[in-house]
Design a protein around this ligand. Sequence first.
Ligand SMILES: Cc1ncc(COP(=O)(O)O)c(C=O)c1O
Length: 467
Amino acid sequence: MSITDPVCPADLRPATAQIHAGREQSDPYRPVAVPIHQTAAYEFPDYATARRMFALKEPGFTYTRTGNPTVATLERRLAALDGGAAAVATATGQAAVALALLALLQGGNHIVASAKLYGGTVDLLTDTFADFGVTVSFVDPALPEQWAAAATPGTRAFLVESIGNPLSTLPDLSALAAAAHAAGVPLVVDNTLATPVLCRPLDFGADIVVYSATKYLGGHGTTLAGAVVDGGRFDFSAEPRKWPQLAGPKARYGNESLWDRHGHGAYLALLRSKYLHDLGPSLSPAAAAQILQGLETLDLRVERHTDSALRVARHLAAHPAVAAVHHPGIAGNPNESIADRDFPRGTGGVFSFDLALPAGADAWETVGTFIDSLRLVKLVANIGDARSLVAHPAAMTHCRLTPAQRAAAGISETTIRLSIGLEDPADIVADLDRALAALDAAPNVTLGAAAGEPVLSGAPARPGKAA
Ligand SMILES: Cc1ncc(COP(=O)(O)O)c(C=O)c1O
């Protein structure tokens, strides 16, 4: 087990915490940077200590699958940045989402989830979890009443993204937290796109925060990582029969309950000592060091990503080849008021737009022409990199969704996702303009779809452009 107490003084401001929080100086050479403890295991001081640590009666590092000093520094830093009690780091964001939910489920349970989630999370919920009897109701993140209505006695979690991938959908987190608590379950928030710089879900009443640290926390597209941050406030002992894995006696824990042993630390104790231990998606120390280095510049980078993305979004909104821009900073966006109220520093570097489709044109070929005409903005299945990236959700991240799921997520065949990087925004705009101009010259676009090929539905029409 790793040390899970936050060591960051509560009064450190975020820009300071991202550099200093959670650091312990235990090395005799006193290195300034966090050392990479590249070890698989640890020498026990004596046999009695080893016994106590394996019985989870004494904290400490036994084996890097369940804890490592470099990884623990990252965990404490993330917990401090989010105002959480503690965190567990994982090998990927996908593992963080999976473990965060698994620790709440007992098989055959039910989850209420936003219909606007990252496609990989939808795969997890609708395929892998379904194999184990877990059912999911997908509801509109903008309508808290739908969440309340979807909850059943078997529900064990509400799951939402604070900024939805790919359409920058913003939920009313306070209302969703209230609905989750009325249903007696925790609200789990994927805060990957927002980062703690733009949103701290625990401040809005959420209980558990998950991250793909691969994105903005690392920030340079080099390293996969994830994390689960626990607010440490949800009372699993209030309904012990609903949460036997946390509040009931378990043979694995000497017939004691984790709640009796760890109180509000029980949730992460279970996540680490059972799910991280048994399934093994552990973050390597070298990867943790990369994320720690990225974190040191987090607020500077997120500010630049956010400002540039708004600038690019405004430019696209005025472009005749663009049918719609999904960015809360664009007038008329349905999330404008939540953005103004809950996101005072903006809504980040990821947003989407719909290409306008000339009558008779093939959506996929139009998208292909646009994407292949980009020179600076790279076609990459990632976000939150220093480089600007483009993706086509219908063909890439969300390709396994059914047409109905894609429609509920607001994704059409011409929806293009952008992750705006740290380059000069004028160069990004120039590249996008060049690719949009290429649509005018493309024969497949101006002449329409090949004979006999159906024009795909769901793509917005582009008025004024002749077929
Ligand atoms: C919102 C969100 N959550 C989770 C993930 C999964 O993270 P990872 O790719 O690090 O496994 C992603 C990846 O794109 C994501 O965008």
